[in-house]
Structures are given as C-alpha cells and as structure tokens.
Ligand binder design. Sequence first.
Ligand SMILES: C[S@@+](CC[C@H](N)C(=O)[O-])C[C@H]1O[C@@H](n2cnc3c(N)ncnc32)[C@H](O)[C@@H]1O
Length: 264
Amino acid sequence: MSDLNRFVEGELVLLVDRKDRRYLFNLADGESFHSHGGIVYHAALIGQEKGVRIRTNTGQVYYATVPTLADYVTNLPRASQVVYPKDIGGILMVGDIFPGADVIEAGMGSGALTMALLRAIGPEGHLSSYEIRDEAISQARENISVMAGAPENFRIRSNDIYDGIVEDTVDRIILDLPEPWRVIENAAQKLVPGGIIVCFLPTIIQVHNLAFTLQTHSSFEMVESIEILLRPWYIAANSARPMHRMVGHTGFLVSARKCAGSIE
Ligand SMILES: C[S@@+](CC[C@H](N)C(=O)[O-])C[C@H]1O[C@@H](n2cnc3c(N)ncnc32)[C@H](O)[C@@H]1O
C-alpha cells in the first residue's frame, strides 16, 4: 500500500467518537489528544492507515480519518461567519464554477468559500479574492495554506470591491458581503458574455434589493433567488425520523447571467 494511505507527521486528522463528536488537529509526534474518552497518542496514529479505528488509553474507540473540505470548513478558525458546506455546494453548481475559470470573490472572510473555489477552478483557473479587513486576510491565508498551500493562481486583493473590480474580464463573480447591489454596475462591465454572478445573502431584505437591481439592469437575465435547506435524518434499527435539531437558516443565493450586447 502507498504511503499516501498512511498518516504522516503534520497531517490533519479527524477523530470521531461513538457519539459522533468530532475533533480536528494536526499530528505531531510527542503530543497527545485528550478528551472525556481518554487519551490518544499522536505517535500511535502516525504510520497507521487512514480510516483506522483506534482505542484510547481507557478503551474507548475513535475513528481516525482524513477531514474532507466540508469537515475542515465546519471547524475553521474564524475571522467572520463562514459559508456553510451546503451553500458552498450550491454556489459551485449555480455559479457553474469550472476547471480553468477566471473567478473573483468578495469578501473572502475566513476563506471557507475560497478553498472550494480554488479546488473547483483547478490549476488552470485564476481566483482573485477581495477583502477589506487585515485580520480576515491573515486568518484566511492561514486557513487556506492548510488545505491548499499557497497556489500561484490565487491572489488576495486588500481592496474594497465597491470601489471597482481590478480585473479586465472574469467568467464568474461570487459575492458574500452586505451590499452586493453596489457591485452590479461594475460586474456588468467585467463579466464575459454569458458569465454568471452569484451572491450569498443572509436576509430576505438584501435578496429583494439585489434581485430587483439585477432584474431592472439591462445587462442581466435569468435572475434567480433560492434557499438551500438541509434536513439530516436519524436512522437506527427501530427508528427513522428527521433529527430533532437542524440549522434553521443560513442564507439565500441570488444569481444572474450576463447578456451580450444590448437589445432595442
Ligand atoms: C461573511 S464574511 C465572508 C465569509 C467568507 N465567504 C467565508 O466563507 O469564509 C464577509 C466579508 O466581507 C468583507 N467585506 C465587506 N465589505 C467588503 C467590501 N466592500 N470589499 C471587500 N470585502 C468586504 C468583510 O470584511 C467580511 O470579512
């Protein structure tokens, strides 16, 4: 079996206990993970197959695996509210983020969405992420480096996007900031014909304002507003029902496509 299938020093690991409590940390020889279920020595995991089940010093069983991007985003050190994985998935699909795409994003916040965009555009694409807060930029840089290193096709711009988009043309524009309607006029100039803009918004008042701005702008068609609801279910031998608790609300997605030329 290839060494890629075994845990190495410095790698991120996700430990899951029998009650589905999750813990994320980097493996470091000489360190140990402590919880109510006992101790797991990192050295006992280094060199083991990924996906191994391991016992703590008190005999509790933990599953040790590689965190997915969704696991990582959910546990991210935050400088802002991050976009939830369900909405990230929606943004990638609604925005049709493709390998090789030229994309801009604002604001970058903690970089959760940024990592998914980088993965979707691949090494041939380009991503510029706008962010006005220095604290968010440092946090995002740190978060992104864990999952994606320092990709050459990624640029952070410490610009206020309301002052203008620096790039000449872009395939996609993704916005997660309070007043996206202030970007629409500039987006109309910078998006390629058929290009897509997707905005994530927490309140319906913002949705109305943005959707109306897009609907009444001569450069956009196919304005759509959606909300993605995710309801987890509990499944056991004698029971199958929705979970008692769910995340009730995260936000809405508003998207539109750029028109070519004008119509009389
Ligand atoms: C909700 S957070 C973004 C979270 C991010 N999408 C993530 O998944 O981690 C919104 C961010 O937009 C930034 N922001 C607000 N107005 C901005 C502007 N005009 N230009 C650039 N960034 C802006 C804020 O500083 C904040 O960090």
